[in-house]
Design a protein around this ligand. Structure first.
Ligand SMILES: Cc1cc2nc3c(=O)[nH]c(=O)nc-3n(C[C@H](O)[C@H](O)[C@H](O)COP(=O)(O)OP(=O)(O)OC[C@H]3O[C@@H](n4cnc5c(N)ncnc54)[C@H](O)[C@@H]3O)c2cc1C
Ligand code: SF4
Length: 601
């Protein structure tokens, strides 16, 4: 089994069809294939090989426009994403363009989806994050608890590789021995932020990112991950040996040809293909799930983008992992006499309770970091340290004007010049040229620090997606229309972020790059969708009247239909969502494999 064409896929019977090859789809296909389950993966994007396509060793002067963003490559030449804020031929509709109601959507159309770019922050949700309503009466509780998820976080950490430290902080779970790789050394600006952050009571600790800081322990991890399967252990051990640790040289957002960070096509798909149990069809745009007369999913209909032909594929079970909102689109476009308002939607909740992360930014200039001696400190090209949410006690005491928390990701250092250019030399110099420009460049290079708040958005009735009645994509498939609104909790949280960033910058003796955003500007709160943490919409729950999936991510209405992206999330903790997507997909996959091996699928 391997990469096959659309016609060949239609001629075979599979155990499971997996739609999408990103974090959820990759993890699902890996776990199923390693358990002996026959899988067909359908991916709307093109085949993509990070080993041969990543421009890792091309420095900015070799790149078009020195690598800066363009309309068709918004994050610049080096960004691994094939896709972006707009996809040719695949529109979506934002129901409002008003401040606070505008919606943005970043999509990737490629093997591995958005895992080829993501920033690789990899945090576990904590115990509070699964039971938020029980704590503050807002939003909803998950039907599962941290204890249900902890073993899967452990296994994902061992399989994928993540650096970090155990700090014993509230609702910020430690990992058992053997799960974490050592974190990279703090860079100069990290040390300064840690020193001055401590004066403000902020914990500054090692970040957690899915980047290998040393080789994975291929001798012992495979047996822990696949007890009882010598062949799976053997495949994984061989594959782990092919992954090199980070050599601290190139931005992760462009992908990693040495397989040092997590991308689905470098971590999940190679061993899954090696089992011989996985077939992959790329350029396969799934339009709907097909329903048999017995009320079970029988397969999917998809458009073969190369020929433009509509095709069908069959399996005993269907797993949607197209990303939380795309999965809604597939379900709502799968209408039948039994499900006139969309498949698995008897509750009317498909598309509801959509959330993103609360995001706000601030940059500052720190004179103490000027004129540093030349040194290379690019490191793992993303945060080596971060500030976990520290306000649980103040919140409990009623001292904060918002519910839930946020963490702070921060960046500094002396990276390739695009970073410096982005810092805005003119703002510091008032404009200079010739010898003075060179002096200014040497003086200010590396003296900027950037703070990004990442907070929890509470699901609300006004933020959801539905099928737009008028617009279809280039394949004739109806598209999504998005409605977005923030509550006072998110707006006040953004204000708190801005105030905190300013306090840190002042404490460091620096100057914020911009003034405090106004209430009308929502204190710099980014639009819903902007932070690209696509969550909610097919939430899990124990009551079929108010949820789409049960606690095993299985549709209440259609027993052989599952969801493996962030759609099942009931809340969107400030911890970036991908680590929980992976852990939940692994848990769901193990349940499916068990059913298949017991003959009950
Ligand atoms: C710039 C950036 C930075 C990020 N940083 C972080 C971070 O630091 N930490 C974190 O946790 N998360 C981060 N994320 C988010 C992370 O990338 C996503 O959470 C994760 O990739 C979601 O996985 P997924 O499988 O649900 O969707 P995706 O990775 O988007 O994969 C979905 C796949 O399904 C395919 N698909 C869609 N529709 C169909 C269809 N109809 N038929 C067939 N295939 C279909 C898509 O083409 C895509 O390949 C970041 C994202 C971006 C873009
Ligand atoms: S920083 Fe390390 S993990 Fe990231 S792309 Fe470069 S080598 Fe790979």
């Amino acid at each position: 089994m391997a990469f096959i064409d659309a016609e060949a896929a239609g001629k075979q019977d599979y155990d499971v069809i997996v739609v999408g090859s990103g974090a959820g789809g990759g993890q699902m296909a890996y776990t199923l294939a390693m358990s002996g389950v026959r899988v067909l993966m359908l991916e709307a994007g093109r085949k993509y090989d990070p080993a041969s396509e990543t421009a890792m060793f091309q420095t900015p002067e070799m790149a078009p426009l020195r690598g800066v963003g363009t309309p068709d490559k918004p994050l610049g030449f080096y960004d691994a994403t094939i896709g972006g804020w707009q996809l040719p031929g695949e529109p979506f509709v934002s129901a409002s363009e008003k401040e606070g109601e505008r919606f943005q959507w970043w999509r990737a159309r490629m093997l591995g989806g958005r895992t080829n770019h993501w920033t690789r922050y990899s945090f576990r949700n904590g115990p509070y994050d699964f039971k938020p309503r029980s704590r503050d009466g807002l939003g909803f509780d998950w039907p599962i608890a941290y204890a249900d998820m902890a073993p899967y976080y452990d296994k994902v950490e061992m399989l994928v590789g993540v650096y970090g430290s155990n700090d014993g902080l509230e609702n910020t779970p430690d990992s058992p021995d053997g799960c974490l790789l050592p974190p990279p050394k703090p860079i100069v600006s990290d040390l300064l932020i840690r020193k001055h952050g401590a004066k403000l009571g902020l914990p500054v600790v090692a970040s957690r990112r899915a980047v290998l800081t040393q080789p994975l322990d291929w001798k012992s991890l495979p047996a822990k991950l696949h007890p009882g399967s010598a062949s799976a252990q053997d495949i994984l051990a061989r594959d782990m040996r092919k992954r090199s640790p980070c050599f601290w040289a190139t931005p992760c957002g462009q992908g990693c040809s040495i397989r040092a960070n997590y991308q689905s096509p470098t971590v999940h798909l190679p061993p899954a293909l090696e089992t011989g149990k996985l077939d992959i069809v790329t350029d396969a745009m799934v339009a709907e799930v097909l329903l048999a007369k017995n009320g079970r999913a029988s397969g999917v209909r998809f458009v073969d983008k190369r020929s433009g032909r509509s095709r069908e594929a069959r399996a005993r079970a269907v797993v949607l992992a197209a990303s939380a909102y795309e999965t809604v689109r597939i379900l709502l476009n799968s209408r039948s006499a039994k499900f006139p308002q969309g498949l698995a939607n008897s509750s009317g909740k498909v598309g509801k309770y959509l959330t993103d992360t609360v995001g706000s930014y601030l940059a500052g200039q720190i004179p103490r970091l000027e004129n540093l001696p030349a040194h290379n400190e690019e490191g793992a090209s993303g945060g080596h340290m971060y500030v976990p949410w520290w306000g649980y006690k103040a919140q409990k005491a009623g001292k904060l004007p918002f519910a839930r928390g946020y963490h702070i990701e921060f960046f500094g250092g002396r990276r390739m010049p695009s970073f410096y250019t982005n810092a805005g030399l003119e703002w510091l110099t008032g404009g200079s040229y010739g010898r003075k420009l060179k002096e200014d460049a040497r003086r200010y290079y590396g003296s900027m620090v950037y703070f990004a708040g990442r907070g929890e958005m509470i699901p609300n009735e006004h933020t959801y997606c539905e099928i737009d009645p008028n617009v279809v994509d280039t394949y004739g498939i109806p598209v999504l229309r998005f409605h977005a609104r923030f509550s006072e909790h998110e707006i006040n949280q953004a204000k708190h972020m801005q105030e905190t960033f300013r306090e840190i910058i002042h404490e460091m003796g620096g100057t914020p790059m911009s003034s405090m955003p106004s209430k009308e500007a929502l204190y710099g709160l980014e639009p819903v969708g902007r932070i690209i943490h696509e969550v909610g919409t097919t939430r899990m729950g124990s009551d079929p009247r108010t949820s789409v999936l049960n606690a095993n991510c299985q549709a209440h209405d259609v027993k052989n239909l599952f969801v493996a992206d962030a759609g099942p999330f009931v809340s969107n903790a400030h911890k970036n969502c991908t680590w929980t997507i992976l852990a939940l997909a692994m848990r769901t996959a193990e349940g499916i494999a068990q059913q298949r091996n017991q003959g009950t699928l």
